[in-house]
Ligand binder design. Structure first.
Ligand code: 5GP
Ligand code: ZN
Length: 134
C-alpha cells in the first residue's frame, strides 16, 4: 500500500528524485537530507508501514540483512570507524516521518554526534515488574 500524502512513499517509489545508494524490489536506500554525519542514509521500504509495530515480518528481516550489507560496503567507501543503526517509533521516541525507516549513521572518531542517553541503574522494582509481565 502507498499513502498519498506520505513523503517517504514518494521518495521510495521514485516519484520524487533523491540521492539513491541502492534500490531493489522492496527498498530504496537514500542519503538523509539532514545528516548527523557524512554518509547518514535511510533504508525505506517501498510499501507504507507507519513504524516497526506495523512492519511486515519478512520485510523486517530483509531490512536488517540489507543494513548489514550497506554498512559493510559503506564503511569501506566512507572510511568511517563505526556505525549506529537507529530506528525511531512514535513521536516521543523522535519519529518525525511516519513511514518505517532505518537510519544508518556512520561514525568517525571524535565526531561529536550526539546519540547518547543518561545511564540509570536498573531498580529491583522495575526488574521484577518487567520480568513478571514478559
Ligand atoms: P525520524 O526522525 O522520523 O526517525 O527520521 C526522519 C529522517 O528523514 C530525518 O533524519 C530527516 O532528515 C529525513 N528526511 C525527512 N524528509 C526528507 C526528505 O524529503 N528527503 C530526505 N532525503 N530525507 C528526509
Ligand atoms: Zn509512506
Amino acid at each position: 500500500m502507498k499513502v498519498d500524502d506520505c513523503i517517504f512513499c514518494k521518495l521510495a517509489n521514485g516519484e520524487i528524485p533523491t540521492a539513491t545508494l541502492y534500490e531493489d524490489e522492496d527498498f530504496r536506500v537514500i542519503l538523509d537530507a539532514n545528516p548527523a554525519s557524512k554518509g547518514h542514509a535511510l533504508i525505506i521500504p517501498k510499501e507504507h508501514y507507519a513504524n516497526l509495530y506495523e512492519l511486515d515480518d519478512e520485510l523486517a528481516g530483509k531490512a536488517m540483512i540489507l543494513a548489514k550489507k550497506m554498512v559493510t560496503k559503506l564503511t569501506e567507501v566512507l572510511g568511517c570507524d563505526g556505525y549506529n543503526l537507529v530506528q525511531n517509533n512514535g513521536e516521543c521516541a523522535g519519529q518525525t516521518v511516519f513511514h518505517f525507516h532505518l537510519h544508518m549513521i556512520p561514525r568517525y572518531k571524535d565526531d561529536g554526534v550526539g546519540l547518547g542517553w543518561k545511564l540509570n541503574t536498573l531498580t529491583d522494582e522495575d526488574r521484577e515488574d518487567i520480568l513478571s509481565k514478559v
